[in-house]
Write a protein that binds this ligand. Sequence first.
Ligand SMILES: Nc1nc2c(ncn2[C@@H]2O[C@H](COP(=O)(O)OP(=O)(O)O)[C@@H](O)[C@H]2O)c(=O)[nH]1
Ligand SMILES: [Mg+2]
Length: 308
Amino acid sequence: MDIQPHLRSVLLIGVQDAGKSNFVFRLWLMLHASTGMLAGDGLPADLDYLNGGGNHLLKGEFAPRTSREVHDQTEIPVKSTAAGSDFRGTLIVPDLPGEQILSVYRSRQWSEDWENKIRDGCGCLLFIRVDSKELIAPLDWITAASHFGGTLPTASPAKDEDGKDKPPTQVVLVDWLQFLRKAFTQKVGGSYKPRIGIVVSAWDLVPEDQKGEGPAKWIADNLPLLSQYVDANDDDFDFEYFGVSVTEGDLDADPDFRAEYFRRDPRKAGEVVHALSGSIEKTHDVTLPVAWALGLSIIAPAGSAARP
Ligand SMILES: Nc1nc2c(ncn2[C@@H]2O[C@H](COP(=O)(O)OP(=O)(O)O)[C@@H](O)[C@H]2O)c(=O)[nH]1
Ligand SMILES: [Mg+2]
């Protein structure tokens, strides 16, 4: 079935601190410069917000956390830069779901607003950040004991603002995938296979000796339940893994890198690791995960060509 171009959309999903906003700002810099396989398609409504965020990255700092009240949704219209292509779509960032993601998990229901975003031609990018304090580790036999009142002396599990235990991130994300599957089936049909990109953000923080193994392996090692869910449900979803860095290094903790970041041109920083062609590759085209989730068939993933 042909999808109306303007209806193609990508939803960004992830708990608080998952790297969503900084990715959007880096993406915006590239869309604006038209140097990737996607470019901006007209001006987004919240240009000031996007320019403001982009400016933080250009100044060599991560954009700070968005205040909940100030910003609840960003929509960026995009188009393909490939010659002769009229491919268009919208990136939708419901930029408060850090908290909402958890509340949907807890209350077993989601808002009409969320439901309305699910439609034909819709894909998702699910963000998980390396080294995030919000990334709640899976329950192994030691943490499970402490979680459920066992006798082993371990650190207590993380608590949220209401003092409730935070569920392991992978449990929340798998739950979300199940919600999404249900909603896609209800709204689009059971045979629709949405593209879901699993994005490991702050990829630069992955230990050097693990980088070569790529993001799928990192998820398998760190969020095994999510990894198994992805493996077991590839009939229902079209999954891909991406490792993304908006800086290519740690601006906060590594002064040598910081100097290099300015030397190389902050406008051009950012990289994506993926295995779209079967082996692990790296590209500076940070629009790639969005292009893929929008349904573009990526022929030469190194940023050279793409065709709808
Ligand atoms: N090293 C590194 N840190 C990152 C990167 N992206 C985000 N971060 C860190 O993650 C924090 C949270 O990112 P943010 O975009 O606000 O996450 P959000 O809550 O999902 O929107 C930032 O303040 C940075 O410290 C990255 O590419 N590399
Ligand atoms: Mg944010």
